[in-house]
Design a protein around this ligand. Structure first.
Ligand code: OFO
Length: 164
């Protein structure tokens, strides 16, 4: 059985994952408005992944005899200034999620809750990938700039996410 402290922390993490999904969908909508359907597609795939993270936590709380308690999802930004600024925001956001997962893990360590520790290993690994992919796209945008051919090429490349 999950302790009340851990149950609260896992529920808070569900809310953060739901906010991540909301943020990436808002970012996708911004990219659609700039006629960048490939980047928008990448962000919509990201949104789906975030819902997946929330649902993994949902399932885990229930498996451990806990109670899922959903909260209000904060409104995301609507304007992101530029594609480069947007990916800087993605990277900053993922770093804040990594910090939050690490805090959750520390709580599981403190309580000697081994099952929660094992469950969180997947999330810790996932955060390495999340930060790496955001950082890679950000670096490409910084190098290639945001105008013309280079941006179009990146848009085409990101359109292929999830297509093997
Ligand atoms: Fe982006 O990894 Fe979940 O929030």
């Amino acid at each position: 059985m999950l302790s009340k402290t851990l149950q609260k922390a896992f529920n808070e993490q569900i809310n953060k994952e739901q906010y991540s999904a909301q943020l990436y969908l808002s970012m996708a909508a911004y990219c659609e408005s700039l006629n960048l359907p490939g980047i928008a597609h990448w962000l919509k795939e990201q949104q789906r992944e975030e819902i997946g993270h929330a649902m993994q936590l949902y399932k885990y709380i229930i498996e451990r005899g806990g109670r899922v308690e959903l909260g209000v999802i904060e409104q995301p930004s609507l304007d992101f200034k530029s594609p480069t600024a947007l990916f800087q925001d993605v990277l900053n956001h993922e770093r804040s999620i990594t910090a939050s997962i690490n805090k959750l893990y520390e709580k599981a360590l403190k309580e000697n809750d081994y099952a929660s520790q094992v469950m969180l290993h997947g999330f810790i690994k996932e955060q390495v990938e999340e930060e790496a992919s955001a950082s890679e796209i950000l670096e490409t945008l910084k190098m290639a700039g945001e105008k013309g051919q280079a941006l179009l090429m990146l848009d085409r490349q990101l359109a292929r996410r999830g297509m093997g």
